[in-house]
Design a protein around this ligand. Structure first.
Ligand code: FE
Ligand code: FE
Length: 392
């Protein structure tokens, strides 16, 4: 009996990781055909704002599809909420003599009991489960597999190669005008030609309110409060010390703008921007978000040189920092969501003696890095040495 795979998802946008998983499943499960089924409206996850239309996602997927893959518009045409049992039943009617295999990830498999009409799914299709291979995960999915098989389901476990990209991260990369290496050829052109994922948006010199909306969209939700706190603290410090309040607020709002990207993606962004990195950054890509944030502030948001420089030095500091640079460094450290022993001293000091506050922040950071056995950036060491030399 021939086997046909069903690979559903938002595909927002489709990327090389999807294709790799698809080809892997084709090979491991010996599928004669793989149906790619973009969701209409997913019951598990609503699409983020500014997403392309369902038709555009279909188009992109058609451009991405490789040999023995076929795009099905069944869920898009049906409209409304895409329930998997309906899709599986419909496809089984189209292919009554073939074995259908519904592909899914570990999380979906483990929560299978919560799906709508799970029985109607496994009565019409086998389940092909991609797993990553962590020991605890294997135990959980083995248990679930046994449970489901004793009920009558057929389950195949497929070890999935690790994927470097997710659609969420790719959308961020696209907003930064990056990420082409993760897009199948035709898809990249289609995105740019149609201005999808904000690629046609001009973010330069946005008014404050709009800047906030864009920043919030690009951050991880758990970082939003920190960033807004940093913006307000920076503006308050600027007012107190006579710096430009607007610059301070904008730098505060944008200082962690690339923080959601993981280390490898930070390196990708630098590569695509044509930046050559020092060995410290190559070895500590997580600390790159200050540099990449400053590049994005300059190239994407069109910020002025003061704002760009303040973002650039916000994690490590540097020798001879100017007023705005000091303010952003200290504001990042003491904004209202920060909580660590000594934060109250720092908050008081920031309004009494900014240099002392800066010195305290730098000292605490270097101490922490030392106890953690981590490498100290040359810039931080120089920043502290400079303060000591000048008698702070
Ligand atoms: Fe930061
Ligand atoms: Fe921060």
């Amino acid at each position: 009996m021939e086997r046909i795979g069903i690979y559903g998802g938002a595909f927002n946008p489709p990327h090389v990781g999807h294709l790799r998983a698809a080809e892997y499943a084709q090979r491991e499960l010996q599928l004669s055909k793989l149906l790619l089924v973009p969701s209409g409206t997913s019951p598990h996850k609503a699409l983020p704002p500014n997403s392309p239309t369902a038709d555009q996602r279909l188009q992109m997927l058609r451009l991405a599809a490789r040999e023995q893959m076929e795009v099905s518009d069944l869920e898009v045409v049906r409209g409304g909420i895409s329930y998997t049992y309906m899709t599986v039943e419909q496809l089984k009617q189209q292919y009554p003599d073939q074995e259908m295999v519904l592909l899914m990830g570990t999380d979906m498999f483990l929560s299978f009991g919560n799906w709508k009409e799970p029985e109607r799914i496994w009565k019409n299709a086998s389940l092909g489960v991609f797993y990553r291979g962590e020991p605890q995960e294997i135990q959980q999915i083995q248990q679930q597999k046994e449970k489901m098989e004793s009920a009558g389901a057929t389950v195949y476990l497929v070890k999935n190669p690790v994927n470097r990209i997710s659609s969420t991260q790719l959308r961020r990369m696209l907003a930064f005008r990056c990420g082409s290496e993760f897009l199948p050829n035709g898809v990249e052109t289609y995105i740019w030609q149609n201005g999808l994922y904000d690629t046609a948006e001009d973010y330069r010199k946005l008014p404050m309110e709009q800047l906030e909306q864009v920043a919030v969209r690009l951050l991880k939700p758990n970082r939003v409060a920190h960033v807004l706190g940093c913006r307000d603290t920076a503006a308050a410090l600027a007012k107190h010390w006579g710096a430009d309040e607007t610059d301070a607020a904008r730098a505060g709002l944008l200082h962690d703008i690339t923080k959601a990207l993981d280390g490898p993606l930070q390196l990708t962004l630098c590569r695509e921007y044509g930046i050559v990195l020092s060995s410290f950054f190559e070895n500590n890509p997580k600390t790159l978000h200050a540099l990449t944030g400053s590049l994005v502030a300059e190239r994407i948001f069109g910020e002025n040189t003061s704002v760009v420089a303040a973002i650039r030095s916000h994690t490590t500091g540097k020798a001879k920092m100017n007023l705005l640079e000091k303010i952003i460094y200290v504001a990042d450290y003491m904004e209202p969501n920060r909580d660590f022993p000594g934060v109250e001293d720092l908050r008081r000091l920031a309004f009494e003696n900014l240099d002392q506050a800066l010195k305290l922040g730098l000292t605490m950071t270097l101490q922490l890095l030392k106890t953690q056995g981590r490498e100290i950036s040359p810039e931080s060491a120089q920043a502290l040495a400079y303060l000591e030399e000048t008698g702070v």
